[in-house]
Structure formats: C-alpha cells, structure tokens
Design a protein around this ligand. Sequence first.
Ligand SMILES: Cc1ncc(COP(=O)(O)O)c(C=O)c1O
Length: 422
Amino acid sequence: MYCISRFHLLSPSISPIRKSKLSKRHNHRIAGSQSQLQQQHQKMETNNAFKFLTKSPYTPPSWASHLSLIPSHAVSLGHLPTPIHKWHLPNLPNNTEVWLKRDDLSGMQMSGNKVRKLEFLMADAVAQGADCIITIGGIQSNHCRATAVAAKYLNLDCYLILRTSKVLVDQDPGLTGNLLVERLVGAHVELISKEEYAKIGSVTLTDILKEKLLKEGRRPYVIPVGGSNSLGTWGYIEAIREIEQQVQTANRKVKFDDIVVACGSGATIAGLSLGSWLGTLKAKVHAFSYTRPSVTLHVGFAHFIEVELDRLPDLFFSQKVKAKGQGYAISTSEELNFVKEIAATTGVVLDPVYSGKAAYGMVKDMAENPNNWEGRKVLFIHTGGLLGLFDKVDQMAPLVKNWNRMNVDESVPRKDGTGKMF
Ligand SMILES: Cc1ncc(COP(=O)(O)O)c(C=O)c1O
C-alpha cells in the first residue's frame, strides 16, 4: 500500500496508460516479493513445526547477553509467537488503548505463561538426564498441569504435590479443571493440606519426595512453585524479544507505554521487567498480585532478589504493584461478574485466579485514576489459566442465564432430504 501511494505522489505527469502499465508491473513486482515473503514465511513455519519438542542451543537477545546464568538450551514447547490484538474494553479513559498479548494461546493444552518458563526448565531437566519431574502448587495450579503435560511430551514421569484443604486431603481430588488433565496424562498426585504446606514449606516438601524417588532409583528434577527461578525467568525475557520483533514488523507502529500482567510466584513479572528495561521496549511493567505481600524475583544476574512488592517499581522500572483482594484462588462476585462481562463484550475469556483479577484491577485503577492512563498504550498479557474457571462453575452459574427452550410448533414439516441428524 505504502509503495503504491508513493508511486502516485512521485509520478504526477505520467500518462494514464503508461501509468496503468507501470503500476501493473509495479503491482506484479509487489505481488512477486509478497509471494516470496510468504514462501519464506511458510518455509520458516514448516521448519518451526518440526522444531516442536526438540531441544536446541539458546542464544539470548543481545541486550541480555551480559546476564549470568544464561540457559544453554531450550525445548520448543510453545506455539510462538502468540498474537497481539487490540482489546476493546468498555469505558477506557480518553485515548487509552489496550492491546492484548495472547499468551493464553501459547499452546500445550492451554498452558499460558507456563509454556515459556517450561521451555527452559524442561531443557535443563533433559540435559541433567532426569527421568521424572517433581513440582508443587495449589490444587488447581496451572503450573502443575502445564508441567504434567510438558513432562509427558518429553517422555518423563511427573510427580505433583498439590495443596488442598484439610477436610479434602484424604479424599480423591476429583477431576475438575486442571486435575482432569493432570490425571489424564498420568501425573502422580500427592495431596498435602494447606496447614502442612505452611508448616513445612514447598522446598522441604519437594526435597522429601525427591529423596524418596532417589532411593527408588529414579532421577528426579525439581521445578519450584510456579516454575519461578532464574531459568523460568528467561521465558519472559524471551517474550520481550518476541514483542520487540512483533512491534518492529507490525503494519501500524505501536509504542507500548505500559505492560500489565498478573503476578503469582514472580518469574513472569521478573522476566518482563528485566527485558523491558534492558531491551528497546522501555515500557513500564505493572503487576497485579492478589497472592502474597512479597515476591521473590529470580533474575539472571543474581541468583534471586527478594523484594517487597512496593519496592519492585524502583528496582525494575515498573510503576506499581497492587496487592489486594480476597486471597489466592478466592474470587469475589464482582471479579467473576467482570470475567463474564469481558467475555460477553470482547469474546476473551479470562481466568478467575490471575488474568481475571489483574484485568479487573487494571480497569478499576483506570476508572479511579484516569489521569494516570489517559493517552497511554497498554499491553495486557493474558497469561492463560482457563481451566481454573471450571472450579468456579457454581459461583458463575447465576451470572450466565442466557438460555431458553426453543419454541417450535410441532406442525412445522421437515423439508425432504435436508437437515437430518448425522
Ligand atoms: C494463569 C496464570 N497467570 C499468571 C500467573 C502468575 O505468573 P507468575 O507465577 O510467574 O507470577 C500464573 C501462575 O502463577 C498463572 O497460572
């Protein structure tokens, strides 16, 4: 488009016939180079398709090459790059644009942000000769489910320590949401009560299981809560490189002022903040966390830094981290109603534990402090977690009443040969 209009501007005196011949030739050339590009693109996609589940050497972005603890390899697990599109949220402040990075579409049975972390973590597990993976999380942990799937893809066993209430800890945990996938792919589920978890801690619990498996002759590899450690952080350093490339090749130039994301165990915001700061984006990263008052950031240049959420902005070029709400995996009716409204108005289904709360927090903050957001271009990262909604169906039921029995007159005849049930 750009070339054609430029040609017109530069050639006002050319006769219409010659002009049409020239523009035909010109269009032909454009079509030729477009098809070449398409062919290259197709070739790349084919190569990428065969890269799936393979381990290859990893080279960091140039702006991150000075960091220590650079992973040597990554396993291709995700359907990347994930798309970015404009998100038409209702009632935004003046001239505020919100764009959505669809990491919920990153693949691996809807594994969301976990896919990016696991690309590095699983490569390390394979490199260390592990024959099984141990990880730990809440009963509806998206991370545990994603790890269970990734492990099976790579022909590894998976052991999940899942935290539940003490009244449910001795019972079959059922098949709701993430549990269905975990159990379908054959992960070994070890239940622990919230009280035991709080008393013993996730590191000791995974160590206990590791010892047991070692004694049985297994070669376990432990992934910490949420896949958040130095290696996991590289997933979102890489995501920043991906966004940079997408912005550079977009038809319409977009310069994001802010990145907004949900925060749990911390590696997603750590990678995004670090990448945005070191790379070319320079967007402010805002994390919405409803889980706990501090977060351990595992970054490439130090083993980890534990910071209070409120100090994160100074350290990582972020503006603000909000830590409010009812607590982990507890949704208020306003939050669930928000998830429903956003699905109904934009078609985008958020999860109740992370992205739903983060988007709710962002929109609320925009309504309360419009001056802070006016005219800004915001990239919201949808980190997935859809299966967690199945755990909330009872709470959601009163919100989705849009059904009725279809009214058809019994005398309506069927048109011959059409509309048969298959
Ligand atoms: C769907 C979803 N979004 C966001 C997060 C937060 O990511 P992180 O643990 O890296 O802070 C998690 C996991 O904790 C998650 O499952």
